[in-house]
Design a protein around this ligand. Structure first.
Ligand SMILES: C[S@@+](CC[C@H](N)C(=O)[O-])C[C@H]1O[C@@H](n2cnc3c(N)ncnc32)[C@H](O)[C@@H]1O
Length: 221
């Protein structure tokens, strides 16, 4: 990667964010520091970004997608249900000259599917996502998790740091042939997005989970 971390954070910070964020879709932008930290972690610690096929579920305005693209991902598929968010993402892609790397797609994750047979067998498929926490729509987060396990080699997912959430995730993945490989805490800065947000910015603690398939010999990282 030709850019320094500081430069990448500055680029992400300047990207356009949601104009009329939808509460029911839990639309807020991940802060630039956090987005870059997560991609650096996945990229440097596990080699999960470089030359990989990145799928960003609930991509919104694309901060995680853009950080991945600058970290030399081969392709980034950025999926979101909201056309208005994807319009903003498209503008971000165009202004940064990333249209050969990032491909936006409008789909409801519940019905989204991708066939591994269509992808090169030697390309790692890494899903990176900051899904709705399920505050507005119960179980929104589990739809994202379950879906990502269908087509990924490795999954990174951001969740609220809470023992109940951790317990839920631990139990939920038992039905899949997947396991938690690592959990790392992050402080995420939530900028005021909705009228009920009282402070200009609020720090929340989240956990970023790295999930891998059980018995995966090829892509265990
Ligand atoms: C917390 S925001 C994260 C946005 C972006 N990934 C980021 O980190 O800045 C969650 C995103 O998930 C999208 N979303 C919510 N429900 C969805 C669904 N069923 N299918 C696809 N996208 C969905 C929202 O539109 C929103 O952009």
């Amino acid at each position: 990667m030709k850019l320094s971390k500081k430069e990448l954070i500055s680029i992400i910070q300047k990207t356009e964010s949601f104009i009329n964020p939808k509460i029911e879709l839990e639309q807020y932008c991940i802060d630039a520091n956090c987005a870059v930290d997560i991609i650096y972690y996945a990229g440097f610690e596990y080699n999960d970004i470089n030359n990989a096929f990145i799928i960003d579920l609930g991509a919104g305005t694309g901060r995680l997608s853009i950080a991945s693209a600058f970290f030399n991902a081969s392709y980034v598929l950025s999926v979101d249900i909201d056309m208005f968010a994807l319009e903003i993402l498209k503008r971000n892609i165009l202004s940064l000259g990333l249209s050969q790397v990032i491909f936006p797609m409008c789909a409801d994750i519940e019905y989204f599917e991708i066939s591994r047979r269509l992808l090169p067998t030697d390309m790692k498929v890494t899903t990176i996502m900051n899904p709705p926490f399920g505050v507005q729509k119960r179980f929104a987060d589990r739809v994202f998790l379950g879906k990502s396990f269908n087509f990924s080699d490795v999954v990174y997912s951001i969740h609220l740091e809470h023992p109940k959430v951790h317990k839920f995730i631990t139990n939920y993945i038992k039905r899949y042939n997947w396991k938690i490989d690592n959990v790392f805490p992050f402080n995420l800065v939530l900028e005021r997005t909705f009228p009920f947000h009282k402070k200009k910015a609020k720090q929340i603690t989240v956990n970023v989970y790295r999930f891998i398939k059980k018995n995966n010999k090829n892509f265990d990282g």
